[in-house]
Write a protein that binds this ligand. Structure first.
Ligand SMILES: C[S@@+](CC[C@H](N)C(=O)[O-])C[C@H]1O[C@@H](n2cnc3c(N)ncnc32)[C@H](O)[C@@H]1O
Length: 336
C-alpha cells in the first residue's frame, strides 16, 4: 500500500468504539486527532474497510505548504485511487469555501502537474482545502456498501452502525427497529452480521416503501422484513426479539415533545414486552428527560450506559438498556 496515512471520519462520540474495533478485528491502530476523526498510520492494505460500516469517509491528509499537486503526488493519491478501482484519469473537485481564487489556482496546478480532470459532478477525489484532506470517493460509505434512499430524518448510516455495535447483536439473533424509517439500522446490521434476522417497523407508509426498496436493492429481503406499524402497539410476539435498536423521534424535526410524552412510555412498554429475557436495547434520543422517565416507568429495564453523540447539528444520547438482574433471574426461575 503506497499511502501510509489515512484520516477516517466516524460519528462524534463513538471514536473509542471504532478505534477499539479496528484494532481488535483487523489489528489496525488508529488514534483520535479531532472529534470524529481518526488517523491511521502504516495501514498495510485496505481490507479492514470492507466491513467497517461505522466509517463514513476515508481521506488522505495533505500538506498544503508544499503545494497541492506535490502533496497529492507524495501521498500517492493517484495510486491509491487505482487500487480502489478508479480505472480512468482521476476526476476531482476542489472544495474551497469562500475562496474562488484559491480554488482556480489549485485547479490550474493539478491540471498542469497531474493531468487530472476537474469534474465536480462526478469526482473520484474531493480536494478539501478547508480541512487539508483529499477524500477518496470510492471509499465513502455509499460506494462501499450501496446508496440508500433516505428521508430527512433518516439516521446517518455510520451512526446506525455504531448503535448496532453497542447492541452486541448475537450471531443468530433477531434485531427490531420499531421506528425504523428507511431501514438504516437493520440494513447496517445485516451488512455486518452474516446470519440472523431483522425487522423494520415504521408508522409512515413512505418510509416503509423506501425501506422495502433499499432492502431489495441490497439483496437483503430474505433476512430483513419491513412492515407499517405502530411502535406503541407492535404486532410482534412476546419475548421474541433479541435486540431493539432505534433512533426515536426527538420531538424537534420529527414529532413533538408533546407527542413523545405518550410515545416514549408506550414504546418502552412494547420494547420490554418483545425483548427476550437477556435482551438488550439501544435507543437514540435527544428528548433525554422524557426518555429517562419512560425507562424508569418500565418494570425491569435499566440504562446501563449513556454516551452523547453529535451529527448533523444534533447531540442526542445513545442509551444502552438491559433488563435488571432481578427480573432476569425471576424469568429464568419461572422458565425452569
Ligand atoms: C428519527 S426517525 C428514524 C429514522 C430511521 N432510523 C431511518 O434511518 O430512517 C424516527 C422515525 O419514527 C417514526 N415514527 C414516529 N412515530 C412512530 C410510531 N408511533 N410508530 C412507528 N414509527 C414511528 C417516524 O416515521 C420516523 O421514521
Amino acid at each position: 500500500m503506497s499511502s501510509r496515512r489515512l484520516v477516517l471520519t466516524c460519528p462524534v462520540g463513538f471514536e473509542d468504539l471504532v478505534r477499539g474495533d479496528l484494532l481488535e478485528d483487523d489489528g489496525v491502530r488508529a488514534r483520535q486527532i479531532d472529534p470524529g476523526l481518526l488517523l491511521v498510520e502504516s495501514i498495510g492494505d485496505l481490507t479492514f474497510l470492507e466491513h467497517a460500516t461505522a466509517i463514513d469517509q476515508v481521506s488522505v491528509p495533505l500538506d498544503l505548504s508544499t503545494g497541492v499537486a506535490i502533496s497529492l503526488r507524495e501521498a500517492a493519491v493517484g495510486r491509491l485511487c487505482e487500487r480502489v478501482g478508479v480505472d480512468r484519469i482521476v476526476h476531482y473537485r476542489v472544495h474551497s469555501p469562500g475562496d474562488p481564487v484559491q480554488r482556480d489556482a489549485v485547479i490550474a496546478e493539478v491540471d498542469r502537474a497531474l493531468g487530472w480532470i476537474n469534474s465536480p459532478g462526478d469526482w473520484d477525489v474531493n480536494l478539501d482545502l478547508a480541512t487539508s484532506r483529499a477524500d477518496i470517493g470510492p471509499l465513502r460509505w455509499a460506494a462501499r456498501f450501496g446508496r440508500l434512499d433516505r428521508l430527512p430524518a433518516a439516521t446517518p448510516v455510520a451512526v446506525a452502525a455504531c448503535a448496532v455495535r453497542l447492541a452486541k447483536v448475537p450471531a443468530e439473533g433477531v434485531l427490531l427497529d420499531p421506528c425504523g424509517g428507511v431501514g438504516s439500522v437493520p440494513i447496517v446490521d445485516a451488512l455486518v452480521r452474516p446470519t440472523g434476522d431483522g425487522l423494520v417497523v415504521d408508522a409512515l407508509a413512505e418510509a416503509v416503501d423506501l425501506a422495502a426498496g433499499n432492502l431489495r436493492r441490497l439483496g437483503l429481503t430474505e433476512r430483513v422484513s419491513v412492515r407499517q406499524g405502530d411502535a406503541t402497539a407492535l404486532e410482534v410476539a412476546d419475548h421474541s426479539v433479541d435486540r431493539v435498536v432505534t433512533d426515536l423521534p426527538f420531538g424537534k424535526r420529527i414529532g413533538s415533545n408533546e407527542a413523545n410524552r405518550t410515545l416514549y412510555p408506550a414504546a418502552l412498554r412494547e420494547i420490554e414486552r418483545v425483548l427476550t429475557s437477556d435482551g438488550r436495547c439501544v435507543l437514540l434520543s435527544d428528548d433525554k428527560r422524557l426518555l429517562k422517565d419512560a425507562v424508569a416507568r418500565t418494570h425491569g429495564l435499566k440504562i446501563v450506559r449513556e454516551r452523547v453523540v453529535r451529527y448533523n447539528g444534533v447531540t442526542p444520547t445513545a442509551y444502552t438498556l438491559a433488563r435488571s438482574r432481578r427480573l432476569r433471574e425471576r424469568r429464568t426461575a419461572d422458565a425452569s
